[in-house]
Design a protein around this ligand. Structure first.
Ligand SMILES: [Zn+2]
Length: 274
């Protein structure tokens, strides 16, 4: 059984504020160790249950967060910004998927809730359903025939996962009090829970979510400027003063288009006004 761990950072044990996730910040430097603790716990649990290969794909921001010297020696890590399948690089060589350190979507409660970029995007609907990164990646993975078997993050991320991957094992490593405030488990305690859940996850059979295309993305912004920037992309149309829409036959194509939409959205922003 070949396992892909997509490792994000906002849902990692003890991570509660933007500085914990910002490349180069002293708080980020210490949060990277917490990320490795959660990741290694999942790696250990999967090998306990018969995994033959575990790839850890760095899925946060610049995707240069994992500390290779701390990685379980049985796993390999994909570290680097530009990759065809982004948060799911390695999916084509894997049988099951784990979402570690995930978070809720933009416009919802949850620790560091956002969708792709921390500001500007207010919500994203996929075929009319408000969708977190976890939900989008589950749909994308299903096109590769790969089920989600484990999700870790705060308690609200687990509630979200129950709607898109109900058969997966879920571990809440912290309880959301507000977007930047959580009641956190110590890393040793969350590691034990993640290890046990990862081991249990491979012992079960998992159905692959199936949802046929086409897929329509509606992206809602908190201001008008991203609309002009994003409609430069062929096929992306304005659907309101502060929203764009696009439709493509598969999640493979919509996720690649959404990556460009989020890049153009970031490029359209000004520091103070957004
Ligand atoms: Zn992230």
């Amino acid at each position: 059984m070949r396992v892909l761990i997509s490792a994000d950072m906002e849902g990692v044990t003890g991570v509660t504020c933007p500085e914990d996730c910002e490349y180069g910040d002293p708080r980020w430097e210490s949060a990277r160790h917490l990320m490795m603790s959660d990741v290694n716990a999942a790696v250990a649990g999967f090998y306990e249950s018969g995994a033959t290969q575990v790839i850890v794909n760095d899925a946060h921001a610049t995707k240069r967060n994992l500390i290779l010297s701390e990685l379980d020696s049985r796993a390999t890590a994909i570290i680097g910004t530009h990759k065809e399948w982004g948060m799911l690089q390695g999916i084509a060589e894997s049988d099951v998927l784990a979402l570690v350190g995930y978070h809720t979507g933009a416009g919802h409660q949850g620790i560091l809730a956002h969708t792709y970029i921390g500001q500007s995007i207010r919500d994203v609907h996929v075929n009319g359903v408000s969708s977190s990164e976890g939900r989008m990646n589950t749909l994308l993975a299903s096109e590769f025939g790969v089920p989600v078997v484990l999700v870790t993050g705060d308690d609200l991320t687990c509630d979200d996962a129950a709607t898109y991957a109900p058969d997966s094992e879920m571990v809440a490593v912290k309880e959301c009090i507000d977007r930047y405030t959580a009641r956190c488990l110590p890393p040793s305690v969350s590691a034990a829970k993640i290890r046990e859940a990862a081991s249990a996850a491979l012992a079960k059979k998992h159905a692959v979510a199936t949802q046929a295309g086409p897929f329509t993305f509606d992206v809602f912004f908190d201001s008008a400027n991203p609309v002009m920037a994003c409609t430069a992309i062929p096929g992306v149309q304005a659907s309101g003063e502060t929203a764009v829409t696009f439709t493509l036959p598969t999640m493979r194509e919509t996720m690649r288009c959404f990556k460009v939409v989020s890049t153009m959205t970031s490029a359209s922003r000004e520091a103070e006004y957004g």
